[in-house]
Design a protein around this ligand. Structure first.
Ligand SMILES: [Zn+2]
Length: 466
């Protein structure tokens, strides 16, 4: 498999030793629900992991939670709670959305606050080796001590420095120097003891420490959003190489932005949509399909129109699975006809084409096109009402494997609470008729807590499970 490597700016062969791929992806800062832009990172790398597993490899996948930083401290103050409580709440919410999106749990989800000894050890090593300096209770990485600084994001650091004219605060030696350790500002602020006094880690250091702790550095793939290449990943490279003498990762993958009106979606620009918000209107799987249908490196535009298209496309894919399952119940015949044999061979050929697209820089866009063509072959074969059970079973197994690979399969629905849900939906409709919107909203919230999403359509309210 070849993957575009930000470090070398070309497609590099993924060389796999002992049939095991070691992968690290920067996870969320848990102070809020995650937005669609964050979701793209999580879905893209979950898909890569699924594909590698489908090809028979073992994947050790590490994705962290940044559970202490300025944003969490601010949120805790606003909500009159503590940093660990904020983190706990949004880690739980992460898993709700991740599960909905079909994102498998990582092998390990380390937290910054559980990695403090390793972080302190790495910062100490950097100071000892002359790559970091202490200022008051803060510790900074000395970027000028690492001649290769800028190699990942291909920035010409010196010309930037001359041109940028960013005000250098008198604490740092260079504008590019970044905090490895931050001194506690107030007695009440969350902090850990360290050789430099009470404080907490800077953001970048946790990833270097976790990669080394769980994967031993020199890993196969490090992933993240394009916006993390500089400075976050550049700083990770500098820290790891200077502290351990090992390279951090062989292949660096970065996925493209999600744009809204041609502007990057981000929390800082305020033009973001949380997955939770979007999932009220669209099924989580529609969001997953929307995120996987373009090439991971292309920017994508987010709009209601594109999500509607995604919804229609996903329905077409799932209809094929549903038809196969339905026909399987009544089909007979253990022998394949000549035509059926040819169709199965054509499906295998398309499947091979799909694998080739994935092997060429993980082209999910072309791979999904192949799945559509497979669906078309199956639909054509199913138009024959005498299609044999042998064919349908075979086609079902192949097709279902592909939808499961993409995380787009029809999922089994829990049963047993339909009567209760229907009663609530009817009560809500009655409340709306009486213009009792307060009660109608209460019922919507109750249903929401049960994991039920209600949608008002011209044909009346429809409900589904989130
Ligand atoms: Zn990171």
């Amino acid at each position: 498999m070849k993957l575009y490597n930000t470090l070398t700016q070309q497609k590099d062969e993924l060389t796999i030793k002992d049939n095991t791929v070691r992968m690290y992806v920067c996870g969320p800062t848990v102070y809020n629900f995650f937005h669609i832009g964050n979701a793209r990172v999580f879905v893209v790398f979950d898909m890569l992991r699924r594909y590698l597993e489908y090809r028979g490899h073992k994947v050790i996948f590490v994705q962290n939670f940044t559970d202490v930083d300025d944003k969490l401290i601010k949120r805790a103050l606003e909500e009159g709670t503590t940093v660990p409580e904020v983190a706990e709440k949004y880690i739980k919410e992460y898993f709700v959305d991740a599960e909905g999106l079909g994102i498998k749990a990582a092998t390990v989800h380390p937290r910054a606050t559980e990695t403090i000894p390793e972080i302190i050890a790495m910062v100490s090593a950097l100071i000892e080796k002359g790559h970091a300096y202490v200022r008051g209770g803060d510790v900074y990485f000395d970027t000028e001590s690492f001649s290769e600084y800028g190699k990942l994001s291909h920035r010409d650091i010196e010309s930037l420095e001359a041109g940028a004219r960013i005000e250098i605060n008198d604490v740092k030696k260079s504008v590019y120097d970044f905090a490895l350790w931050k001194a506690q500002k107030e007695d009440t602020e969350i902090a850990w003891d360290s050789p430099w006094g009470k404080g907490r880690p800077g953001w970048h250091i946790e990833c270097s420490a976790m990669v080394d702790k769980f994967l031993g550095s020199d890993i196969d793939i490090h992933g993240g959003g394009q916006d993390l290449a500089f400075p976050h990943h550049e700083n990770e490279v500098a820290q790891t190489e200077c502290a351990t003498g090992k390279c951090l990762a062989k292949i660096w993958m970065h996925n493209g932005y999600i744009n809204v009106d041609n502007k990057k979606m981000s929390k800082s620009l305020g033009n973001f949509f949380t997955v939770r918000d979007v999932a009220e209107k669209y099924d989580y799987q529609v969001i997953r399909y929307f995120l996987l249908s373009p090439h991971y490196r292309s920017p994508v535009n987010y709009s209601a129109e594109i999500l509607e298209q995604a919804k229609g496309a996903l329905e077409r894919l799932q209809n094929c699975e549903e038809n196969l399952a339905f026909r399987l119940k009544s089909a007979v015949g253990d022998t394949l006809s000549e035509g059926e044999r040819t169709t199965l061979l054509a499906i295998d050929a398309k499947n091979a084409e799909m694998d080739a697209a994935m092997d060429d820089d993980f082209n999910t866009a072309d791979a999904i096109s192949c799945v559509f063509e497979i669906a078309k072959l199956i639909n054509t074969a199913l138009a024959d009402t005498s299609a044999s059970k042998a064919f349908i079973q075979n086609a079902y197994d192949k097709y279902r494997t592909l939808l499961v690979l993409f995380g787009l399969e029809l999922r089994a629905k829990e049963k047993g609470d339909e009567a209760e849900i229907e009663a609530l939906v009817a009560e809500r409709t009655a409340a709306k008729k009486e213009k009792n919107y307060k009660r109608a909203d209460e019922i919507r919230d109750t249903l929401g807590k049960m994991g039920i999403i209600i949608e008002d359509t011209p044909q009346g309210p429809k409900w589904k499970r989130a």
